[in-house]
Design a protein around this ligand. Structure first.
Ligand code: NDP
Length: 486
């Protein structure tokens, strides 16, 4: 691998321009596939956050952003979508180098999905309707759907720009200002995107980026009286901390948290398609995907046949250079994440699960945080690998004998983000879809998303929805107006 590029300095983005942190502090971001230093990023502190809040408040309280019509706001997002697609290779390369994900995913999936989100919500900007109420002749009653004000967005490292976009696009479309704190491991595309939004015509202060340690700057955002709402994607335990921190100012919050999603294969399924779906469900995005199908539940009678197909695929999925367009399994995001994954695998073996594919750390050219596509069979529901979110390319396979058992196993975790069911029987598919406690259920497919289809969790996978009309409700508040005409 020869990916060497000169490391750069990246600054905070506040009030429409880049600036160093008031403290002068910087932190490093590295390519996990090579260990190379990519950038030294300005580390926001409290003073910087205050400046970002001030800029954002000005933008929404009488500033040029507040004065734009909804349609003009929509056009900014349309232009941003076009600009992003005109620079797709540049953004994709930076995303891949910062995160370790295959360039195929960054260039062909993540960046186009970012542009789609911008265009989708750009179209919504002038369609955020209130209602009029039937109220007789003596009065006129109506509602207005207004922006919540300043939105603090805290995002994870797995889909760095895309996770942010699912917050930025609807929040801006509704007329809010956004302060984004990207994950410390992957801050680069968000910082670059800030400039692109300005080029698209977004006025100063409407979008600000303040990278820095979550426990400091993320916590401060959750507590800040000048921020009206926190939208968070990340780990369930971090979500709990944010909820506590936001309580002091009774802030609105929405939470997209972890998952341990069941991928349920019945004996009457198309097994070839199900094996492909099980593979993509867990190994797409290196398994660092909140909705990953990390629990494969297979009906007894087809267990052996399905595993044969799946294991064959897994053994062929060799981790490789993320910048190679043919690569489908990149580097995990960091050595630390790889160690976490590795410990779970050891624990699975100790607890008596059968390792049937992968299970080991890998390198490419002597470098990188790569991990093999790993499949466990013979997993029982109480094992750690069946209960906890591993957030890596590790699949736990369990067996069931009836529809009731499949549903009960599927629901037997604290999470409820996603699920899939594979069957040719529509009644069975719809029964499972109804009875599984998950925010998204796929039938005979896995890992497909649409900007119009709401996404979010049941149970400890969070609350609130991203995408679709539901997302617009997350970023607006309702005002009721009673007009006396008597
Ligand atoms: P974390 O929860 O560790 O971090 C997410 C973000 O929160 C980061 O920006 C982080 O900053 C910040 N943060 C950390 N601690 C605090 C705090 N005390 N207060 C405020 N902000 C804080 O998650 P990961 O980045 O490790 O992402 C992986 C997790 O995210 C997985 O559990 C996964 O399931 C979940 N996830 C959920 C998704 C969903 O849609 N439901 C989608 C994607 C991921 P810093 O980087 O500086 O630590």
């Amino acid at each position: 691998m020869s990916n060497a590029e000169t490391p750069v300095a990246r600054d905070l983005f506040i009030g429409g321009s880049y600036r160093s942190a008031a403290s002068g502090k910087r932190f490093e971001t590295r390519d996990p596939a090579t260990g190379e230093l990519l950038a030294e990023v300005a580390e926001a502190g409290f003073e910087d956050l205050d400046a970002a809040v001030k800029a954002a408040r000005t933008a929404v309280e009488g500033g040029p952003w507040a004065q734009m019509t909804p349609r003009q706001r929509g056009k900014v997002l349309f232009r941003a979508a076009d600009l992003l697609m005109s620079r797709v290779d540049e953004f994709a390369r930076i995303e891949t180098r910062d995160n370790g994900k295959p360039i195929f995913e960054s260039a062909k999936i993540d960046m186009p999905a970012c542009a789609e989100a911008l265009a989708y919500f750009g179209g919504y900007a002038d369609k955020v309707y209130g209602r009029t109420l039937p109220s007789g002749t003596g009065s006129f009653l109506f509602t207005l759907r207004e922006p919540v004000g300043v939105v603090g967005a805290i995002t994870p490292w797995n889909f760095p720009l895309l996770q942010a976009m699912w917050k930025i696009a609807p929040a801006l479309a509704c007329g809010n200002a956004v302060i984004l704190k990207p994950a410390s491991l992957t801050p680069l595309t968000a910082l670059l995107f800030a400039e692109l939004l300005s080029q698209a015509g977004l006025p100063p202060g409407a979008f600000n980026v303040v990278p820095g340690p979550g426990e400091v700057i993320g916590q401060a955002m959750a507590e800040h009286p000048g921020i009206d709402k926190i939208t968070f994607t990340g780990e369930t335990e971090t979500g709990k901390k944010i909820l506590r921190a936001a309580a002091g100012t009774v802030k609105r919050v929405s939470m997209e948290l972890g998952g341990k999603s069941p991928n349920i294969v019945f004996a009457d399924a198309d097994l070839e398609a199900a094996a492909r779906g099980a593979f993509n469900g867990i190994f797409y995005g290196k398994g660092e995907v909140c909705a990953a199908g990390s629990r494969l539940l297979v009906e007894k009678s087809v267990h052996e046949a399905l595993m044969e197909k799946l294991v064959e695929r897994a053994k062929k999925a060799v981790p490789a250079d993320p910048l190679d367009p043919k690569t489908r399994l990149g580097s995990l995001v960091s050595e630390k994440q790889r160690d976490t994954v590795s410990k779970y695998v050891e624990r699975g073996v100790t607890e008596g699960a059968r390792l049937v594919a992968g299970g080991h750390k890998r390198d490419v050219g002597g470098k990188g945080a790569f991990f093999e596509a790993t499949v466990f069979d013979g997993v029982s529901p109480d094992m750690e690998i069946a209960r906890e979110e591993i957030f890596g390319p590790v699949l736990a396979t369990l067996e069931f004998g009836s529809v009731d058992e499949a549903i009960s196993l599927g629901n037997r975790v604290r999470y409820g983000l996603a699920a899939a069911v594979w069957t040719r029987d529509i009644k069975k598919a719809l029964r499972v879809a109804r009875e599984i406690q998950a925010g998204t259920v796929w039938v005979n497919t896995y890992n497909f998303y649409d900007p119009g289809l709401p996404f979010g969790g049941y149970k400890q996978s969070g609350f609130g929805r991203e995408r679709g009309e539901e997302a617009m409700h997350e970023y607006t508040q309702v005002k009721s107006v009673w007009t006396d005409l008597g």
